[in-house]
Design a protein around this ligand. Structure first.
Ligand code: PAZ
Length: 333
């Protein structure tokens, strides 16, 4: 990477006025959301770790940083939570994409749902099935058929483990608190920062004041009233990290909705790319939609390749164009 890096104050966001006005006008909704879901217990430590990680990269003017979000979110139904609503996401997209960003020299903040898939270890679902007893030495060996594959994974992990920072969340509230904090911390990187939002985030939640404190009893039908989660892409792209390159993901089950929804999101939130995918075919093909309206279908033609390699390589090229196209510090004055 050879483009010039910029510091925090040097950029004015290139966003339509309507989106940033709308973001400011709807500010009350985010305030209401954040006052109705508690801050995660580890919030301050997580943001301190993120800030330290970013500072260690910021001085190198050619360095970029990407935050990859990954996995589903839980929506608690009780304050002392026994039950929650969840979704299907396994975290494959985020964990695999992180590996390919590391291959492209991006330091990664990996914001992932606890117990969802992680980079490198995702290739080894069961450690016990990989091992065998060595009766001669009374030790343990990796089965000979798996040695080459395991060694390759281990080599990549050892090479890259200091270039990514893992931050966990569990609930929708934890996720959004951390997303906001990380985006604000990343704003200092200007256009060299990328947010790659692969997590499957709930659109519905129960505010704390609408939730029973204790476990719901089973002597009557439960009545649960969900509220709509405000659209976080609006403040993310217009207030929290207005200079960052932002890639969101859109999942649908009805193909007819895929493109219209992606175009609508770009128009409304003024971010950079939507990667649109269908539940059933998400590992085979995705459609990349840019703010200009350009649409590119990415198809994974081989079984032994991850589609994330294609997505990440395409998005990295677009990020390069984005950085080059931004005004320099002097030009934006
Ligand atoms: O985590 P996974 O690999 O099982 O699935 C990836 C995905 C479908 C959650 C992701 O590609 C995606 O579309 N995320 C955004 C979902 C949405 O909120 O529309």
């Amino acid at each position: 990477m050879s483009e010039q890096g910029k510091s925090c104050a040097s950029f004015s966001p290139v966003k339509a006025q309507s989106a940033s006005d709308m973001a400011k006008e709807t500010g009350g909704q985010w305030n209401e959301f954040f006052s109705s879901v508690p801050e995660p217990a580890h919030f301050q430590e997580s943001i301190a770790a993120v800030t330290k990680f970013i500072s260690s990269k910021q001085a190198d003017q050619s360095s970029r940083v990407v935050m990859v979000s990954s996995g589903g979110t839980t929506v608690p139904l009780e304050q002392l939570t026994v039950r929650f609503v969840d979704n299907f996401s396994s975290g494959t997209r985020g964990a695999a994409s992180t590996e390919y960003f590391l291959e492209r020299d991006y330091p990664v903040i990996f914001l992932y749902r606890a117990k969802s898939l992680q980079p490198y270890s995702r290739h080894i679902p069961s450690v016990l099935d990989l091992l065998e007893l060595d009766e001669t030495s009374a030790g343990v060996n990796v089965k000979s058929a798996d040695v080459a594959r395991t060694r390759l994974i281990l080599e990549k992990y050892m090479k890259n483990k200091s270039s990514y920072l893992m931050i966990t969340y569990e609930t929708l509230g934890d996720y959004l608190w951390l997303l906001k904090g990380i985006a604000q911390a990343l704003d200092c990187m200007g256009p060299r920062a990328m947010l790659y939002l692969a997590a499957a985030v709930s659109d519905f939640y129960v505010p704390i004041h609408d939730m029973p404190e204790h476990k719901m009893q089973s002597d009557r039908k439960p009545v649960i009233e969900f509220s709509l989660v405000p659209k976080m892409l609006l403040p993310l792209a217009n207030i929290w990290a207005p200079n960052a390159f932002i890639v969101s993901f859109k999942l649908e089950t009805d193909e007819d909705l895929l493109l219209p929804k992606a175009l609508q999101a770009l128009e409304k939130y003024q971010h950079d790319i939507v990667v649109a995918n269908l539940l059933t075919t998400r590992k085979k093909w995705v459609t990349l939609v840019e703010r200009t309206g350009k649409v590119t279908k990415l198809v994974n033609s081989t079984e032994d390749r991850d589609i994330e390699e294609l997505i990440v390589n395409t998005v990295v090229d677009k990020h390069t164009e984005y950085i080059i196209g931004r005004p320099t510090a002097q030009e934006s004055l």
